[in-house]
Design a protein around this ligand. Structure first.
Ligand code: SAH
Length: 219
């Protein structure tokens, strides 16, 4: 998959903007973003904004995340080839596709609560011939026990607290990243060890759409 020439310059510029503001330091993640054309994941009416470093409204009042934030989350998640990843909140499928690029022969499972968005993400991934990512329509607060444990888990919506069900589905030595808290949220990176969960990173100042699930009173 290649970004066509019309968008190449805009993509180069976006990469430059992200780097200037201190994002996107990892070559592997840069390559993944370069090979995952964002204009294929935004509604046609907003395609001109595809390479702005900003979130864009998709449908159901949800957004495709801001590129610099996607790059930071992807870098912190430290994805390796062959891994099995769980994503909660597929949205447009852009972050899903970036993860799919990085896992190579591995697999990404992405759960989306809005069926229209699950369809949108599926369509976008299919369009690019991505076969190592599967979108599941449903409530991600329960995770995806059928395929657990996961080497990496990413939540792309703001949760008050990381659901225990997701921590249970993380492998030992696995990493989980999520925006946590009220408004704004902190980006939190957790690691599961044989003796419990430890916090690796915590950075304030992020704003995400809310994580809404059956168990949302508890999370
Ligand atoms: N990463 C996506 C953007 C995600 S926006 C992209 O780049 O396009 C957050 C998404 O999380 C929304 O689509 C929202 O519907 C979804 N979401 C919120 N709570 C959820 C839940 N409990 N289970 C599954 N998806 C959820």
């Amino acid at each position: 998959m290649k970004t066509n020439e019309n968008y190449q310059q805009k993509l180069d510029n976006l990469i430059l903007v992200m780097k200037k503001s201190g994002f996107l330091n990892d070559k592997k993640v840069e390559l993944a973003i370069r090979n995952t054309p964002r204009h294929e994941f935004v509604p046609i009416t907003l395609i001109k904004k595809a390479y702005d470093d900003s979130p864009i409204l998709i449908m159901k009042n949800q957004t495709i995340s801001q590129p610099s934030v996607v790059s930071r989350m992807t870098e912190w998640l430290d994805v390796e080839e062959g891994q099995k990843i769980l994503e909660i909140g597929s949205g447009s499928g852009w972050q899903t596709a970036i993860l799919a690029y990085l896992v190579g022969c591995g697999m990404v499972y992405s759960v989306e609560r809005h069926s229209e968005l699950a369809e949108f993400a599926k369509k976008n991934l299919d369009k690019l011939g991505i076969t190592n990512a599967k979108v599941i329509s449903g409530d991600g607060s329960f995770g995806f026990p059928e395929e657990s444990p996961f080497d990496r888990i990413i939540i792309t919506a703001a949760c008050k607290k990381v659901p225990d069900s997701l921590l249970e589905q993380l492998s030992i030595n696995g990493l989980l990243i999520a925006p946590v808290g009220g408004y704004p949220q902190s980006m939190v990176l957790l690691k599961k060890t044989s003796t419990g969960i430890i916090e690796i990173k915590n950075q304030p100042g992020y704003v995400f759409v809310p994580f809404l699930g059956k168990t949302s009173e508890d999370i």
